[in-house]
Design a binder for this molecule. Structure first.
Ligand code: SAH
Ligand code: SF4
Ligand code: F3S
Length: 439
């Protein structure tokens, strides 16, 4: 028998891409491909790309450039581009980088095995449809052993919100929720493989409204059903939109035992004029009201957010409103970006603000968010929490995992605890992780 072909996948962008990469590996695995961690010995290289900001998209081309010598050495090496850049640029990628054999969008990667046949026959393959069929129904049902106790599970895809800056509605297509029964059986399959924590994914995960028993289910209903799966210990979900933060979901944070006290709820900006121009469809006060209700339900909830600075027309005063909102809310974790004009989005038509102004604002915002993050970590010292151990640490006898609040935490612990949840007391807060001891 011939050696199995080797597949190297490199993933950029959000967690949904991480999940998609796993599913693509499974689809090609059914065709005899095994994964490799290095591009040098691969027969097939697949880049799963992100189009969210200009820098993210440009990375793809510099990475492809790096594969030139590999292709020169091995003319049979196949190179594919998947994900959101593939969807947005399509055949353009092959025009710019003729080395690329295959371009596949986020909604058509179930067709990868067929596409590979075209590629193996020496032809280029391109598929960036938004098909009628559900790709998940055409992917291998068995999930691979992830080798770690925490897994992503996509429950909702696409977005109909059309924020003025964002490419996602164009690269991922319209919002679709997967049916409840299929999610539950996938979750059970993951738990059977040793998974203890599932993070439900969606571009607007809290807009979930999948077909279930008795009609459409909300995300909260889905979470409650997952809560009943024996062996599953933790549930998380991301990313949420403030306008979809329903009462039942807020309530679940108070009452659902397996739902972790962490919520990523992006607001983007603190000025109502900017929020309106961004088409976010809520005000700063409405966002704060939701936060207050969440904290009333779950006082120790750790909040995370996304921010964009330097949106077209943003004044110094409007930027100060973002700082004010951050001070009012208090984030334990956050992502902040300089606005990046994306082709085809409404905001890209508007005149931007000077880059040095945006850079300076980003630095001020990140200083504040950094202070808050450190304060949240220091506040954990002395507290007892639970840690899910995911891997061995840098030092002998150490395990590393995540606390309930998603802090990285290293603990001296026996190897048997790998993949398990244990009670830990936090004794020290370093800049990027916590140190704990078993209790
Ligand atoms: N669906 C999620 C986030 C999708 S993209 C949501 O609605 O919140 C992740 C983050 O990237 C966004 O929250 C936003 O902060 C940032 N982002 C998106 N488009 C951007 C752009 N054009 N420039 C800079 N940041 C952007
Ligand atoms: Fe993009 Fe807005 Fe949709 Fe989030 S809600 S994916 S930011 S359009
Ligand atoms: Fe990027 Fe696509 Fe995710 S643009 S952030 S990979 S949905």
């Amino acid at each position: 028998m011939a050696d199995p072909k080797k597949l190297y996948i490199k993933t950029y962008g959000c967690q949904m891409n991480v999940y998609d990469s796993e599913r693509m590996a499974e689809a090609l695995g059914a065709e005899g491909y095994v994964e490799t961690g290095t591009p040098e010995d691969a027969d097939m290289i697949l880049l799963n790309t992100c189009h969210i900001r200009e820098k993210a998209a440009e990375k793809v081309y510099s990475e492809l450039g790096r594969y030139k010598p590999l292709r020169a050495k091995n003319p049979d090496l196949k190179i594919g581009v998947a994900g959101c850049v593939a969807q947005a640029e399509g055949a353009e990628i092959m025009a710019r980088q003729p080395m690329v054999d295959l371009v596949v969008g986020p909604q058509t990667y179930h067709r990868l095995p067929e596409m590979m046949k075209t590629v193996d026959a020496g032809k280029a393959a391109l598929d960036t449809d938004f098909p009628e069929e559900d790709k998940f129904e055409h992917l291998p049902k068995a999930r691979k052993n992830l080798g770690r106790p925490s897994a992503f599970l996509t429950v909702q895809e696409g977005c109909d919100k059309f924020c003025a800056f964002c490419v996602v509605p164009y690269t991922r297509g319209a919002e679709v929720s997967r049916p409840v029964a299929r999610i539950l059986s996938e979750a059970e399959a993951l738990v059977a493989r040793g998974v203890k924590e599932i993070t439900l994914l969606g571009q607007n995960v809290n807009a979930y409204h999948g077909a279930g028993e008795g009609g459409e289910w909300s995300l909260a209903q889905l979470i409650w059903a997952l809560n009943d799966i024996e062996g599953l210990e933790r549930i998380r979900f991301t990313t949420s939109h403030p306008n979809e933060m329903t009462d039942d979901l807020i309530e679940a944070h108070a009452t659902c035992a397996k739902l972790m006290p962490y919520l990523h709820l992006p607001v983007q900006a603190g000025s109502d004029r900017v929020l309106k121009a961004m088409n976010r469809k809520h005000t700063a006060a409405e966002y704060i009201e939701i936060i207050d209700r969440l904290r009333a339900a779950r006082p120790d909830l750790l909040l995370s957010g996304d921010f964009i600075v330097g949106f077209p027309g943003e004044t110094e005063e409007e930027f100060a409103d973002t700082l004010k909102l951050v001070e009012r809310v208090g984030y334990g974790q956050a992502y902040s970006f300089k606005y990046s004009a994306r082709p085809g989005t409404p905001a890209a038509e508007k005149e931007g603000i000077p880059d040095d102004v945006a850079t300076e604002r980003l630095a001020r915002l990140q200083a504040l968010l950094g202070d808050q993050q450190r304060a949240a970590q220091v506040a954990m010292v002395g507290r007892e929490t639970r840690v899910l151990f995911e891997k061995t640490g840098r030092f002998e006898g150490q395990l590393v995992g995540k606390t309930e609040h998603l802090h990285a935490c290293h603990v001296e612990a026996p190897q048997e605890l790998l993949g398990q949840v244990a009670r830990v007391r936090i004794v020290e807060a370093a800049p990027n992780s916590l140190k704990g001891v078993l209790v």
